[in-house]
Design a binder for this molecule. Sequence first.
Ligand code: F6R
Length: 241
Amino acid sequence: MRIIRAKDYEEMSIKAATVISSQKTLFPDSVLGLATGSTMEGTYQILSEWYEQGWIDYSELKSVNLDEYVGLSADHSQSYHYYMKKHLFSKINIDEKNTNLPNGMASDPEAECRHYDEIIEGYGRIDLQLLGLGPNGHIGFNEPADEFPSLTHCVYLTEETIKANSRFFDDINEVPRNALTMGIKSIMQANKVLLCVNGAHKADALKSVLTGPITPQVPGSILQLHSDLIVVADEEALSKM
Ligand code: F6R
């Protein structure tokens, strides 16, 4: 595990973007596992700027996102489809047919999960998986549970996650209660994992993830077993370490 310390959110975003663009430069046809949320917004902004400046070409890139809310269509302003389009895909030259997110509107969510695993398997690998961290230690939408779920599955979001994500909605009752998320096995099979964490409100979670027991009650703790984990975190997030 390598921990890259950043002064603040901006520096974390620059360092994360540097790791991603290095991957892209070394291996243009990389498969990137992408995450959403406020942690990643700065990183995507920087990647978009570097594209505009002509430094990165995304034409061969393939992407698989971690998760999507159940019941939100791609054009809903809080769906992760919408987020990705707004913060990254519309700003770079990635080919839309090479981008993938679970379909939260699928009439058969179980079938959609199997379909999503087939897409991941079809690529044969995820070269670099980006992750944010939930204040409860979740990665993707793999919430604290009695076991580590391996493949893409449908989850009930915890009250803590619903509350944390309600900041993006007008009313907490609008936050979907379910989501489709990539499983822990797919995340752990990525060749390289980049975990980005900022803010004092994540300090306890980050400490548990990196130094606590490996337990499905803290889903991110499994990352201690990954052979190529890079953590980019700001001073506040690292303040309890
Ligand atoms: C998003 C995702 C989540 C977020 C996490 C942190 O695709 O998978 O695990 O990374 O909830 O969210 P923010 O960055 O909004 O604090």
